[in-house]
Structures are given as structure tokens and as C-alpha cells.
Design a protein around this ligand. Structure first.
Ligand SMILES: Cc1cc2nc3c(=O)[nH]c(=O)nc-3n(C[C@H](O)[C@H](O)[C@H](O)COP(=O)(O)O)c2cc1C
Length: 245
């Protein structure tokens, strides 16, 4: 197994960090790796906000669904989908320019997320752990004000980085589904998708009798949760903002 595959297989989220800063060289490598990612039309439809302000990290720890470890992360990067730069130059140099819309937002979001994952893999190769914070897509109005985001710029994801504490190194990586259950040939395979209870029994090592209870609890903790409802509200606000509704 080569190093890249081995890092991908071993990588797990890190939420407790050693009290050790990330050096400027390592940070530059992580940021450059992000910028090397593929991007639609080579447009680089994203901006990375490097959150160095302690107070701002503390605020984000609250606005991102009360996750205190965010404030303790040595490096916090917010990846924003960003059409602001391009629409400005288009409008300056082209007579008729359509307004940015849903497709542009999807592409910019994809660009931002792909760049973020490059940063994750680069960090991993340097022994630096990371954790995505999806909750940055909540509270759009607050985050927009916090970062002074202009039109056509919305948060896509946030990443916390730091050297993993011992407890995190020892923590077992959560198991994944098998490729044969997730990868379909040529067409969507509903029969396989309808096998979800069995897939969960196997992945979570739970008996058939207990799977209903597991799913109920999981649904209430994630899908039906207040954070999830807020995320949907906030994402609609982001889409409306980006598309000028
Ligand atoms: C889009 C996205 C959003 C996430 N948001 C959070 C988050 O807000 N807080 C957190 O602790 N982990 C977050 N995670 C990490 C997942 O919980 C984690 O990747 C998953 O449980 C699998 O565990 P592993 O990364 O350790 O393998 C997020 C991951 C992704 C990909």
C-alpha cells in the first residue's frame, strides 16, 4: 500500500488537540495543497478564511452548534463558495452578464469542498489531524456578518486542524460501509439501497432486534435535531442570498 492510500485508510476526525501550534511552514503546505485541488474551469470558485482571532474562534464554537473544541483548534479554516471575484470582472468587461445562479453555487460549493479535502489529506501526511465542521452552514446571517461576506460568497465548510492528543490517536476509526453496498454498476440499484438495515447491522455490529432502536436514536440525534432544522433554514437563506432572491 502506498503512503497516500495508507493515509486515506487511517485518517479519522480529530477533536482533541495537543497544545502545540501548527508552524507557518506546515500551514503554508496545507494551504498550497488546497489550492492545488481541481476546480471547475480552473476558476477557483472559493475563498479560504484563516481564523486566527481567538475571540472569533470562541464565537464560532458557539454559533457552530456549541462545539467547544473549535475554540481550542490551533488552525481553523473556513472554506467559502465564492463567485464575487468572477462576477465583478465579468460585469466590468462583458456587456451582458447573467446573474450567478444555482449552477454557479453548486460548482463553487464543489470547488470549496474539494479544496478542503486536499487540505485534510495534506495535513494528515504531516501528522496533523483535522475535523470538518458542517455547522458553519448554520446561522448564515451571523456568519455573514462575522466574516463580512459580500454578495455571492457563502460558507461551504469549516475545518479545525491540530496535532492529535493521545486519546485521539488511540480512538478507533468509525467503521465504513462496504464498497459492494455503496458502489452500483451503471444504474441505481434500489434493491441494494433497500438493504440499509442489514448494512447498518453489519457496520455497527448490532443484532436485527436492536436495529430499530439504533435507527430511532440516530434519527433523533441527527436528522430530527434542532441543528439540522437550523441548517436547512440557513442553507435556504444562503441560496436566496447567492441567487439574489
Ligand atoms: C460535511 C461534514 C460535516 C461534519 N461536521 C462535523 C461537525 O460539525 N462536528 C464534528 O465533530 N464532526 C463533524 N464531521 C465529522 C464526521 O462526524 C466524521 O467524519 C464521521 O463521523 C466519520 O468519522 P471519521 O472522520 O473519524 O472517520 C463532519 C464531517 C463532514 C464530512
Amino acid at each position: 500500500m502506498n503512503d497516500v492510500i495508507s493515509f486515506l485508510k487511517k485518517r479519522k476526525s480529530v477533536r482533541v488537540f495537543e497544545d502545540k501550534p501548527i508552524g507557518s511552514e506546515e500551514k503554508a503546505v496545507i494551504l498550497d495543497a488546497a489550492l492545488q485541488a481541481p476546480t471547475a474551469g480552473n476558476m477557483t470558485l472559493y475563498t479560504i478564511i484563516d481564523v486566527t482571532d481567538k475571540k472569533l474562534k470562541e464565537t464560532l464554537a458557539v454559533t457552530c452548534d456549541n462545539q467547544p473544541f473549535i475554540a481550542k483548534a490551533p488552525l481553523v479554516l473556513v472554506f467559502c463558495a465564492d463567485y464575487y471575484r468572477w462576477i465583478n470582472v465579468f460585469r466590468k468587461h462583458v456587456d451582458e452578464v447573467r446573474s450567478p445562479s444555482y449552477g454557479d453555487l453548486f460548482l463553487a460549493n464543489a470547488d470549496a469542498l474539494i479544496a478542503a479535502q486536499n487540505a485534510v489529506v495534506a495535513a494528515e501526511s504531516l501528522g496533523i489531524g483535522s475535523c470538518y465542521i458542517g455547522d458553519i452552514t448554520e446561522n448564515f446571517e451571523k456568519h455573514r456578518a462575522l466574516f463580512d461576506l459580500p454578495d455571492y460568497v457563502v460558507p461551504a465548510c469549516m475545518l479545525c486542524f491540530g496535532y492529535p492528543a493521545k486519546s485521539q490517536i488511540e480512538r478507533q476509526k468509525p467503521p465504513r460501509f462496504k464498497a459492494q453496498d455503496i458502489v452500483f454498476q451503471n444504474t441505481y440499484n434500489k434493491a441494494k439501497a433497500d438493504n440499509m438495515e442489514n448494512m447498518l447491522c453489519e457496520r455497527q455490529n448490532i443484532s436485527e432486534e436492536k436495529i430499530g432502536e439504533y435507527i430511532r436514536k440516530f434519527c433523533n440525534r441527527k436528522h430530527n435535531s434542532d441543528f439540522s432544522i437550523e441548517m436547512s433554514r440557513s442553507c435556504k437563506a444562503m441560496v436566496d442570498f447567492f441567487t439574489g432572491k
